[in-house]
Design a protein around this ligand. Structure first.
Ligand code: GTP
Ligand code: SPV
Ligand code: MN
Length: 582
């Protein structure tokens, strides 16, 4: 019997899982440095970790995953609610009974010959009332090593669980990593997750997407808060004021980059503080504002494209204490990926000698795992139990055409519609075709644990819950010209757009009212020092009436798939836009 906790429900669950999965040993993770040293030794000895160049990258390790296990698998991810309607057209659904039966059959004896790790973790600062705890049971030491960086893991979390007597149960086993025997199942009504057959990121680090988004969004709805796929940043101006902004972009669409932005040289005295880069939990405070925490403690970031010029803050973090997954290596065993610099790699992400004929050297969804503490722009407010007050919410996606660089919505209800109508070209963060435009409401398509229609109604209900809600904006860094080149320089230069957004929140700059929202005049976006001409700015800030009428029809069609459950005000809002477009 397992007696490592005074919490009866936890002890009972761990024992039941051990009986089912039959591990050789059970290890309760405490989170100490000693434990991590032993774990690292183990990962090195079984070949899961390769040490990277200790001179240039001390305490950095490379993990090469199974080549069939490199991204989230949306077609194998299920929401198992009693009623199919509660999962909604946005999710794959299975009944709880069928879900348990299917996956339990796979867990039977699955940890034989392996160690079963019990990982108590806390999502959010350990002393924050907004934080929530969970326990992940896994047979993957690689998962333990990642969870140690990504969450507050170990004894302090276990103490909180014992005090509160509630936690999300996450059961994970890598099985034989066959995509044929892989499921990611969520049981929101039971606050539990079962994941089998993948060791990768969002499929396996159960605190992240499974708990902090799918389960948490369901809990948040019942309890009056929001669990979102958003970065959180603080924008400090030369006067020393800090405005906090939360932004939802789909996977691999720029959250980590924006959260760590370095202001252009001409922005003396301006600074971006990083609170979080992927997940945001928000609730109304007594002052009527939304207050947000980052439930995570580290970054699981996209490696390709990270460089001195795009994201120097991120690159700087990655020279120590970092796990790299599926990147390439140079001849002197340094990590390397496309977009880093012009060195030629020696080995690709499958450990083969690099040959361009085999495709990119680093897997397009290769990642780094690193503690927030290593981030030069990390805000101490990320540890504040009360969170940070949000001044603006930004939605955005990858849209080659039509969608302007930035616009401000006219009301909360309009903002919710714009969030719901978000669309983006798909990326390598999930398996499947890349570059296809699909609707990705609030960047939550893969992550909302219940019916989107109910989720939008929940968003709309915030006008009754809080009387000082943030403004809602939409951005698009990804417009292309007829030659297929990005029209906006992006990255650090996005500061220029953030400046306009904050000024709008303060009421210190004008805007032009259009059918789709408030748009800046070309002179209201500071382009000093950019090689962008007036004509190009005009194009980036124009509303193509015909194009938008077509977009409105497509949004209408999409919203129709939610039927009667769709909040009426969303259709009214869309109707208003159509009328105003003329
Ligand atoms: P997840 O971790 O999957 O949720 O992704 P993310 O939203 O944090 O995306 P990330 O910041 O890692 O960016 C993903 C890709 O988008 C990288 O290849 C970046 O180089 C690219 N990117 C980010 N910001 C910009 C931008 O402003 N302009 C352009 N053109 N590309 C960008
Ligand atoms: C995403 O895909 O949005 C990620 C990576 O942040 S994963 O953890 O795999 O979900
Ligand atoms: Mn993400």
């Amino acid at each position: 019997m397992s007696t490592n906790t005074s919490n009866a429900a936890l002890a009972e669950w761990v024992n039941a899982v051990a009986k089912q999965t039959n591990p050789d040993q059970i290890h309760w993770c405490t989170g100490t440095d000693e434990e991590n040293r032993e774990l690292t030794e183990l990962l090195l000895s079984d070949g899961s970790f390769k040490e990277l160049n200790p001179e240039t990258h001390p305490n950095c390790y490379l993990h090469l995953s199974d080549s069939q296990d490199v991204a989230r698998v949306e077609h194998l991810t299920f929401i198992c609610t009693s009623e199919e309607e509660d999962a909604g057209p946005n999710n794959h659904w299975m009944s709880p009974a069928e879900g348990h039966a299917k996956i339990d059959a796979l867990f039977e004896g699955s940890m034989r010959g392996r160690t079963m790790y019990v990982i108590p973790y806390c999502m959010g600062p350990i002393d924050s009332p907004l934080s929530r705890c969970g326990v992940e049971i896994t047979d993957s030491p690689y998962v333990v090593a990642n969870m140690r960086i990504m969450t507050r893991m170990g004894s302090p979390a276990l103490l909180r669980i014992e005090r509160e007597n509630t936690f999300v149960k996450g059961l994970h086993s890598i099985g034989d990593l066959s995509p044929e025997r892989r499921y990611i199942m969520h049981f929101p009504e039971e606050l539990s997750i079962k994941s089998f057959g993948s060791g990768y990121g969002g499929n396996a680090l159960l605190g992240k997407k499974c708990h902090a988004l799918r389960i948490a969004s369901y809990q948040a709805r019942n309890e009056g808060w929001l669990a979102e796929h958003m970065l959180i940043l603080g924008l400090e101006n030369p006067e020393g004021e800090v405005h906090y902004i939360a932004a939802a972009f789909p996977s691999a669409c720029g959250k980590t980059n924006l959260a760590m932005l370095i202001a252009p040289e001409s922005y003396k005295g301006w600074k971006i503080w990083t609170v979080g880069d992927d997940i945001c939990w928000m609730r109304p405070g007594e002052d009527g504002r939304l207050w947000a925490i980052n439930p995570e403690a580290g970054f699981f970031g996209v490696a390709p494209g990270t460089s001195k010029s795009t994201n120097p803050t991120a690159l700087e973090m990655l020279y120590e204490d970092t796990i790299f997954t599926n990147v390439a290596t140079t001849a002197d065993n340094q990590p390397w990926w496309e977009g880093l610099d012009d060195r030629v790699p020696a080995k690709d992400w499958q450990g083969r000698d690099y040959d361009p004929a085999n495709g990119p050297a680093a897997q397009p969804n290769s990642r780094f795992t690193v503690s927030s503490k290593r981030c030069g722009s990390y805000s101490e407010m990320a540890e504040a139990p009360q969170g940070v007050p949000i001044s603006a919410i930004i939605f955005g996606g990858r849209r080659e055409r039509l969608v302007p660089l930035v616009f401000e919505t006219k009301s909360w209800a309009h903002g919710v519609l714009v969030g719901a109508a978000m669309a983006s070209e798909t990326t390598a963060a999930a398996t499947g075709a890349v570059g296809v435009v699909r609707r990705d409401p609030m960047a939550m398509k893969p992550f909302c644990g219940y019916n989107f229609a109910d989720y939008w109604a929940h968003w709309l209900s915030f006008t009754e819950r809080a009387d000082n809600l943030p403004g809602i904006f939409h951005v698009n860094w990804f417009r292309k010209d007829t030659d297929g080149k990005f029209m906006w320089p992006g990255f650090g230069e996005n500061m220029r757009v953030l400046e306009w957004i904050v000024e709008r929140c303060k009421g210190t700059v004008d805007a032009q009212e259009t059918a789709i929202g408030f748009i800046p005049s070309t002179d209201d976006i500071n382009v000093d020092g950019l090689s962008i001409d007036a004509e190009q700015m005009q194009e980036l800030l124009s509303v193509d009436q015909q194009g938008w009428l077509g977009e409105v029809d497509q949004i209408n069609e999409y919203l129709d798939t939610y039927g009667e459950r769709l909040p009426a005000s969303m259709r009214e809002e869309l109707h208003r836009i159509k009328q105003e477009l003329g």
